[in-house]
Design a protein around this ligand. Sequence first.
Ligand code: IYR
Length: 220
Amino acid sequence: MSDDHIPLTGYAPVSDAEMSEKSKATLEMLLTRRTIRDFSDKAVPKDVIEMAIKAAATAPNGANQQPWHFAAISNPDMKRRIRIAAEEEERAFYGGRASDEWLDALTPLGTDASKPFLETAPWLIAIFAQKKGPEGEKHYYVTESVGIAMGMLITTLHSAGLATLTHTPAPMNFLRDICERPSTEKPLVLLVVGHPAETATVPKHALEKKTFEQIAKIWD
Ligand code: IYR
């Protein structure tokens, strides 16, 4: 073993039966996750958000450069500014910037330019990808790394009992100004986090999942 490596810890031996049980339990937990757009204004403690961000930051990533920044916002004034800027972009998107083909693909979701959840939900997490480090050094596999971290963030929040919406106003460069981030960072997603409103619905379309055979092939 070279001087710059240490023995692996954290992997207790596990039986095949236990592995099956645990993976099934995680699958069942994830099968209950739904993207929602109707949020309650019920508060969510800051420590839950902090914990979820710490969980996201354990993600495997290119050259351990950890090329991410999470701006977690519950400040009502910032949420309002984000809503105003996002709705302006969305009005342009739905009013002609998006192709007919794109708008057709969105029809079953029933989305439009109105984004009240950006003020109603207790937390917004703006996720930034750092193309470069503080000294201008290049980062590798940035989108992949941040994508994995976002998946882990959503999984942690869902397993805590919270609902999320992966909102992607396009373009969302306004987030850089509002969250005071440098031009070397690209906002990727605005994650809306909170409890579902009692009246929340999900589009039937979202429940139509591809079969296992459509998405995978096992070569054993
Ligand atoms: N950003 C828009 C449009 C939108 C695009 C996709 I792809 C979606 O899956 C959902 C919405 C909006 O948030 O309404």
